[in-house]
Design a protein around this ligand. Sequence first.
Ligand SMILES: [Fe+2]
Ligand SMILES: [Fe+2]
Length: 274
Amino acid sequence: MKMLEIKYKCLHPSCIVNCRDGVIAMPEEHFNVLKGHYADETTFRSPKGLCRLGFNQAYKAVAIIAEADFADAAHGHEHEGCGHDPMGLLSADHQVILKKLDEIEQQIKMRDSGTLWRTTTELENIIMLHSIHKEEDTLFPFLLDLPIGDGLVSIIKEDHRELVTLMHSFRTGLAESRILDGLGMSIIVCLRSHIRKEDNEFFKLIDKLLDHDLRTRILAGFKKAEDAFVPIVADENTREQLKKEALAMKRDEMDDAIAAALEETRSSLSGCCH
Ligand SMILES: [Fe+2]
Ligand SMILES: [Fe+2]
């Protein structure tokens, strides 16, 4: 039986739950049955239980690799277009984040707080799954046995802490229909710099050190993180919760927290975020 590993993307236009893309493995025969539902050779019906909403969604196969090809892929350093590529998957997440940042930048300019509430909820979900659960909780423990300095990992973690703080402060403002422009732009600049740093330096360094077994274990960890992730929803409950937090904090304390977050970003931009 030939197994296929498939990197997929859900074609549902507006769903924001965490099964919208990922990697799955299945027998080739099963894949042939699922893609038989569509005329297009690369579109297939989602396997039972994969869609978090419980539907049979149309999934696009972005990359397919047969099990027999896995070993070849692990020997080279070039894994582009190959499904057995954990760093490639993280970089693919980055492209989704960059697209979302472009949308948010436009919405800040348009003063569209309602749409910003939705798009920043989506961004927060992507960041929590990607940066915290995939990078920090899954990938970083594997790096302990590799010759990578602690310093670089600490810098990446520090960036994550700052980004999560900035996002939280920005969204607390949005819950009260306040668009904190400076904070929003800090998130955009810092996140773009962080992604450049990971794609151009950090991931390249790691990719050279991963063997086939490690790649397999990291990919399995990513899948587990995706399966376990519970996204926040852009509804009134979430908004009310953030409003309560803002009320619990005195207004001047809130402004101090935002100023401190901005100051941290400024210093990181002159240091680690570039
Ligand atoms: Fe990342
Ligand atoms: Fe990161």
